[in-house]
Ligand binder design. Structure first.
Ligand code: C5P
Length: 193
């Protein structure tokens, strides 16, 4: 049985950084599931068709990290048929030995409800906006408004809304540096490994 680590949380909470570090530390595969939604939104046309036909070149596009791609992703991610079209890929990815780390919004709640470890990574809105603004070279105030709009849409949608799984461990990175956040995540995994 592969060991699955599910990491969820709002935009720019640090979940991607933590997921990458856990995968490197434990020698597991890593999937940033946000990339699937970003690539689907960026591909254009009918979003269900786009989701079903994603290939490596769609996922390698350089423009997927932009704030616009994030907003487009969040809009198509509210469509249940789009989410359904991406389930198989995520399940196959999670089934790889010796284990996999998946990060997103619904990994612990919908995609991998039986994951061995579930983390829900958060940080204050201000800190998340500052981090993402620094990363993208954008204005922090504008970034704050965008993140809040995206989080609201992701949390309020009916299909797989952003929320912690009942058995998820909360990891608040507001006052944590990257090394501390990673160390706490590794400690959580080591509890059950
Ligand atoms: O994580 P990232 O910011 O790249 O995700 C972009 C958007 O994709 C999110 O705002 C969310 O709407 C959607 N998403 C999702 N479920 C996931 C991962 C991402 O709905 N598992």
């Amino acid at each position: 049985m592969p060991f699955i680590i599910a990491i969820d949380g709002p935009a720019a909470s640090g979940k991607g950084t933590i997921a990458r570090a856990l995968a490197a530390h434990f020698g597991f595969h890593h999937l940033d599931t946000g990339l699937l939604y970003r690539a689907t939104g960026a591909k254009g046309g009918d979003p269900v068709t786009a989701a079903l036909s994603l290939d490596a070149s769609d996922l390698a596009r350089a423009d997927l990290r932009s704030a616009e791609a994030g907003q487009a992703a969040s809009r198509i991610a509210a469509i249940p048929e789009v989410r359904a079209a991406l389930v198989d890929f995520q399940h196959r990815f999670a089934a790889q030995e010796p284990g996999a780390v998946l990060d997103g919004r619904d990994i612990g709640t919908v995609i991998c409800p039986d994951a061995a470890v579930k983390l829900y990574v958060t940080a204050s809105d201000q800190v998340r906006a500052r981090r993402r603004a620094a990363e993208l070279g954008a204005d922090p105030e504008e970034m704050l408004a965008q993140l809040q709009e995206r989080d609201r849409r992701d949390s309020e949608r009916t299909a797989a809304p952003l929320k912690p799984a009942p058995d998820a461990v909360l990891l608040d990175t507001t006052h944590l540096g990257i090394p501390e956040a990673i160390a706490q995540a590794i400690a959580q995994v080591n509890k059950v490994r």
